[in-house]
Ligand binder design. Structure first.
Ligand code: GLU
Length: 503
């Protein structure tokens, strides 16, 4: 049987990076096993529905290169893939469970249930709708058939609840966690079908996984508590169960607590793949893409949240991840998110990318400043400075002096490096530069060095002030490379300007 997995987000807002990781692991598992990756939109909860969320989910997966084989608008073999468009499918499954005595109608109003909860609270207990209480409540277990019929006929509101079997020891199997044993008496009778005519997550999720022939359910740990019910539902329907794998939580950088949607703004790093504009408040939440992360770096970082290949290798393309990935290497314990490590990945990808590609980013992000310059020149600049850049947005500060003369000089460095005799020495340096015919880094360096030697001058007398004159501060790659790049005329002008300004 070929592998079929699904990513089943609910469109209740922007997709959190934890959701992207779930999608990624499903995708990797599918591709590794030459299987199918399905996108299903679980939008049965109309109260939490957010109109721009589905597009955001699709755009995010797209940015990450996680393409789905089947989903809304794509290869709809088992479609539709939006649960709201499958509404009519679910009722008959709920009815079938009622008919076989494995589910029941419950007519309890929310006021009645609230009162029971309150009463239990007063008695320092908790009200649970389960095998102990169900016989005394307003449902088709307690009421006679005629009473139930009459209620249904008169249009009384009802929900359908699952009748959890009593005194059973459930033995569940999770591909990551191994065997999990659950006593069914600890479970409550979950609602499968709501009074608004919609199925709950549990029913719709099971029915769709079955109808869409899902073989492996890979999802976040927060769904582990639903596993007993899901397993019981498969049994109740007499369906073959998929295999389950619950991925470890992603933890805050401190290592404790789940990384939540709200952490990004608080802790100063994005938790969403793309910028998201709240459809009501128009408030914008930051995304990795717009903050300057490469999609490859983001995906590589996510892959390591709870998985590792068991080797030293850390940089993996999506193709390599597909090749290496295995569920067995996913860990049980929570995965600590590290913004520093994420930046490290970005810096690594910056180095892996060609100077041409980085130059494209650089030019696009700085059209006005760079439009007078040759592409070849910009590529060369990139090759000299990108080693120090984490983001392409860092490039301007790292290399502005290749494009414009310093407009001021770092005051601290000026004080330290521009001494009384510096003007005099720099006037001589000017002459040497003027006389250098082949304006190449090595040539210029050789000439300056012999000047130092002839005059018995230390390196420190010339190099730091010369850098200050050319760059404006004490940063940048090999000084003679910079000088060669900006050319003789600019070099002379910059030294003259420094002499005038700093003396
Ligand atoms: N709709 C659920 C979610 O939002 C899906 C959980 C599952 O994969 O079963 O994550």
């Amino acid at each position: 049987m070929s592998v079929r997995v699904r990513f089943a987000p609910s469109p209740t807002g922007p997709l959190h990076m934890g959701g992207v990781r779930t999608a990624l692991f499903n995708y990797l598992f599918a591709k590794k096993n030459k299987g199918t990756f399905v996108l299903r939109i679980e939008d049965t909860d109309q109260t939490r529905y957010v109109s721009n969320a589905e597009k955001y989910i699709v755009d995010s997966l797209d940015w990450c290169g996680i393409s789905f084989d089947e989903g809304p608008g794509k290869n709809e073999k088992f479609g539709p893939y939006r649960q709201s468009e499958r509404k009519d499918i679910y009722k008959k499954y709920a009815d079938a469970l009622v008919a076989s005595g494995q589910a029941y109608y419950a007519f309890d109003t929310s006021e009645e249930l609230d009162a029971l909860r309150k009463e239990a609270e007063e008695n320092k207990t908790v009200f649970i709708y389960n095998s102990v209480s169900r016989g005394t409540l307003n449902n088709s277990i307690k009421l006679s058939d005629d009473e139930v019929k009459a209620k249904l006929k008169s249009g009384d509101k009802y929900v359908i609840r699952f009748k959890t079997p009593v005194d059973q020891k459930l033995i569940l199997d999770d591909m990551i966690r191994g065997e999990i044993v659950i006593d069914t008496n600890t479970l409550d009778d979950k609602i499968l079908f709501k009074s608004d005519g919609m199925p709950t997550y549990h029913l719709a999720n099971i029915v769709d996984d079955h109808l869409m022939k899902i073989t492996h359910v890979i999802r976040g740990e927060e769904w582990l508590p639903s596993l007993p019910l899901h397993s019981l539902l498969y049994e109740a329907f007499g369906w073959i169960q998929p295999k389950f794998a619950h991925l470890p939580l992603i933890l805050k950088p401190v290592g404790k607590g789940k990384l939540s949607k709200r952490d990004g703004d608080k802790l100063g790093f994005p938790v969403f793949p793309l910028n998201y504009t709240n459809d009501k408040t128009k408030e914008i939440t930051k995304g990795y893409k717009e903050e300057g992360y490469f999609n490859e770096a983001f995906v590589n970082m996510l892959a390591f949240l709870g998985w590792n290949p068991g080797t030293e290798k850390e940089l993996f393309s999506l193709e390599e991840l597909i090749h290496e990935f295995s569920i067995e290497k996913v860990s049980k314990s929570g995965a600590k998110f590290s913004p520093e490590k994420t930046n490290w990945f970005n810096q690594q990808y910056m180095q892996l990318k060609s100077d041409e590609e980085i130059a494209e980013y650089y030019i696009n992000e700085n059209k006005e400043k760079l439009n007078k310059f040759d592409k070849e020149y910009i590529i060369k600049v990139v090759s000299l400075v990108k080693e120090r850049a984490v983001f392409t947005k860092d490039l301007w500060d790292l290399s502005n002096y290749f494009f414009e003369a310093p407009s001021n000089y770092d005051p601290k460095a000026s004080k330290k490096q521009w001494k009384e005799d510096t003007n005099e020495i720099m006037l001589q340096v000017l002459e040497i530069i003027k006389e250098t015919e082949t304006f190449k880094s090595l040539e210029i360096e050789t000439n300056i060095k012999s000047f130092l030697k002839e005059n018995e001058l230390g390196f420190g007398k010339v190099m730091p002030p010369l850098r200050l004159a050319i760059v404006g501060e004490m940063k940048g790659p090999h000084l003679f490379d910079i000088i060669e790049m900006i050319g003789k005329e600019n070099t002379l002008k910059r030294i003259e300007n420094a002499i005038q300004t700093l003396s």
